[in-house]
Design a protein. Structure first.
Length: 106
């Protein structure tokens, strides 16, 4: 194998690894957000698990649509929690997930 091919393969492997990390961070953050929302919705432990799975599945199915976030915002509106607070929570969970996942990979 030539040096160029080796470098190309290494670049592709690095890119795939980075995309995998991004996916894991996003899905962990979405899961944390869902559990946070479930707590505010006063769901039982079992119902919280089901809610989190549903929200994460929605995000995995179409991560660019924002449907998962919209669902959480809509669900929490009845508890007087606005979109701004949900978005702030999501940002905290993204930072927490990044630290957790990137820290365990390094």
């Amino acid at each position: 194998m030539t040096t160029f091919n080796e470098r190309e393969n290494a670049f592709e492997a690095q890119f795939a690894h980075q995309e995998d990390i991004k996916f894991k961070v996003r899905e962990r953050a979405v899961g944390l957000l869902a559990f946070w929302a479930a707590e505010r919705l006063h769901k039982s432990a079992e119902a919280s698990e089901a809610y989190a799975r549903e929200i994460v599945a929605t995000d995995v199915a179409d991560p660019n649509s924002g449907l998962a976030l919209e669902r959480v915002v809509a669900d929490l509106r009845s508890r007087g929690i606005g979109e701004q607070e949900v978005r702030q929570a999501r940002e905290r969970f993204v930072a927490q997930a990044e630290q957790s996942i990137r820290g365990s990979v390094s």
